[in-house]
Design a binder for this molecule. Structure first.
Ligand code: B16
Ligand code: MG
Length: 214
């Protein structure tokens, strides 16, 4: 019996990966190396500081913790300048309709994202009001694949983990959902998200009715 749906943000509700990419690429260039779109795939669902570590590993660079904090801050300032300009049209196809249907059916909703910028993004795309609970990078201490973000979501909603469905686009996120003992719908390619219980390309052709038949 499904009582709640928990949504990852980047890659599920909205495509912010492209803005993360431009901002990380700018930092890499400043440090004197290239950062490709393929490299960027490794950062999906990963926390900000872990993303920086991966970037520096790609560039073969080493810095002190203090320098790294300053770099992450600089990248974030540039990233925020992009997301500040986001609008509701950037919500991925079918998402708003799906949230609407869930509410009609009395199924609770939560956001479960690694991003510290989640509140700003939700406000810009006009979806903040569709989530009963928001758990993001500001309220967790353990990054995915640790299940903390989804467990907290379920707890705040007052729903048992086994009655929650998670929607995730990143491998670490799918693992986090499994670690939380929740049913996981992967958003993307079955080749990449093989660990998910079901993989769909997006919400365009996926309805709440289909979800309830699973
Ligand atoms: P921030 P999600 C994640 O969002 C992104 O996928 C990941 O690329 C990013 O590093 C992380 O948020 C932290 O974001 O720098 O804004 O705190 O997929 O968990 O919604
Ligand atoms: Mg994601």
């Amino acid at each position: 019996m499904i009582e709640a749906c928990i949504f990852d943000l980047d890659g599920v509700v909205v495509d912010t990966a492209k803005y993360h990419y431009i901002a990380w690429k700018a930092l890499a260039q400043e440090l004197g190396f290239d950062f490709t779109k393929e490299d960027n795939e490794r950062l999906k669902g990963v926390s900000r500081m872990q993303s920086l570590d991966i970037l520096l590993e790609i560039g073969g660079k080493q810095f002190s913790d203090q320098e790294k904090l300053a770099m992450a801050e600089k990248k974030n300032t540039l990233y925020v300048s992009y997301i500040e300009k986001m609008s509701p049209e950037e919500t991925l196809p079918g998402v708003e309709q799906f949230l609407r249907e869930l509410r009609k059916k009395g199924i609770k909703t939560a956001l479960g994202s690694a991003s510290k910028n989640a509140p700003l993004i939700l406000e810009r795309i006009g979806l903040a009001g569709w989530f009963d609970v928001i758990v993001d990078g500001n309220s967790i201490s353990e990054a995915k694949p640790n299940p903390e973000v989804f467990m907290k979501g379920a707890e705040k909603l007052g729903v048992l983990p086994e009655r929650c469905v998670v929607f995730e686009d990143a491998i670490a996120g799918v693992e986090a959902a499994r670690n939380a003992n929740m049913y996981c719908v992967g958003i993307g390619e079955p080749e990449t998200l093989g660990l998910a219980d079901l993989v769909i390309p997006g919400f365009n052709e996926f309805t709440v009715e289909m979800l309830l038949k699973l």
